[in-house]
Design a protein around this ligand. Structure first.
Ligand code: PHE
Length: 344
């Protein structure tokens, strides 16, 4: 009898180990643990044995029953998990596995600086608007007081898309200033806009020049806008972006579409204005061009220059980013090198 029990146990366990479905498992349970199973019969027949044998055999039969029951319970768990997995078409889920890292993307440094610049002007009541990168000669030059053959065209090495010499010729915009004209043609003063976007120049690339870069243009037009509004707006911008203590220099410059025209520079933070390589020994870093919108430009856009006045400015985003973060080569921005980009 004990040999029978040992045999029964080992056969039952080896069958159990091959079971894969809940149906097979139920059959196994009926066969080995059910009311009509050999084990139940053995336990029932104990009463007919002499007391000594009954005790020994009874203990052994109960052990076998307990063992089969606990193996059955464990198997039932495993089979039900894997059958859920099969029915939803995935491998069994191990909830104790450590999680996989979820790589977070980040914004490109130029995008971040553009957002920061626009946020500063938004606080001062400027709206953000974008415009076309493929422009007409009219908007990029003519309407901005730069007619055919005007020497100022040399300031902007142009990538032309059409080979014709009239104001409908298409080009890649060399600055964001054409949006001054488009805004004034379609909106009535008071106007306060900033325009971030890509600009293009036909230039050999080096550490400080690229053929594609970004500018943020600004335009404010209203009754009684003066040079003082221009200066205070741009000084506030410089203080917000470069810090309250940074010195700001404002001086004259020439652009055909503004009168008077100016240029804003900030104190070189590397040498604190004593002169170094970054600032070319001058102590100052130029960051933007600006001026009062030329009356002829206003008039061309249908805005009466005897009633309205305005100011405009344009800044190079790569240049500001280079100065902010101490980047030594403009070409890093578009090289796609993660070792560079991950630092921001
Ligand atoms: N568009 C000029 C440039 O690209 C900058 C500028 C904008 C100057 C607005 C004056 C007013 O150099």
């Amino acid at each position: 009898m004990p040999q029978d029990l040992n045999h029964l146990e080992s056969v039952a366990l080896s069958e159990l180990s091959r079971i894969e479905t809940p149906g097979e498992l139920e059959e196994w349970r009926v066969r080995y643990l059910g009311k009509k199973s050999a084990l139940t019969a053995a336990l029932r027949s104990l009463g007919t044995l002499p007391p000594d044998e009954r005790r020994a055999l009874g203990a052994r039969a109960n052990d076998v029953k307990k063992n089969l029951q606990s193996r059955f319970d464990a198997k039932q768990q495993a089979v039900s998990v894997s059958s859920i997995g099969q029915s939803i078409g995935v491998a069994p889920l191990d909830v104790t596995l450590p999680g996989r890292p979820f790589p977070m993307g980040r914004l490109h440094p130029i995008t971040r600086v553009i957002q920061e610049i626009c946020a500063v002007f938004a606080r001062m009541g400027f709206q953000v608007i974008e415009g076309p990168e493929v422009e007409k000669d009219y908007y990029n030059f003519e309407a901005l007081n730069i007619p055919q053959d005007h020497p100022a065209r040399d300031m902007f090495a142009t990538l032309w898309l059409d080979q014709k010499d009239d104001s409908t010729a298409r080009l890649l915009r060399t600055h964001t200033s054409p949006m001054q004209v488009r805004i004034m043609e379609t909106h009535k003063p008071p106007l306060r806009f900033v325009v971030p976007g890509r600009t293009y120049r036909y230039e050999a690339t080096d550490a400080t020049h690229d053929w594609m870069f970004h500018q943020v243009e600004g335009l404010a037009v209203d009754i009684d806008i003066t040079l003082r509004d221009l200066k205070e707006t741009l000084f506030e911008f410089c203080r917000s972006v470069f810090g309250r203590d940074t010195g700001v220099r404002f001086r004259c410059d020439y652009f055909p579409f503004v009168e008077p025209g100016g240029e804003v520079a900030i104190e070189c933070f590397q040498c604190k204005s004593s002169g170094c390589r970054l600032c070319g020994g001058t102590g100052w870093l130029e960051i933007l061009g600006t001026g009062m919108v030329h009356p002829d430009v206003l008039a061309r856009c249908g805005i009466d220059p005897t009633v309205y006045s305005g100011f405009a400015f344009g800044m190079g985003v790569e240049r500001i980013t280079i100065l902010r973060y101490g980047v030594d080569d403009i070409r890093h921005f578009y090289s796609g090198d993660f070792r560079f980009l991950r630092q921001f």
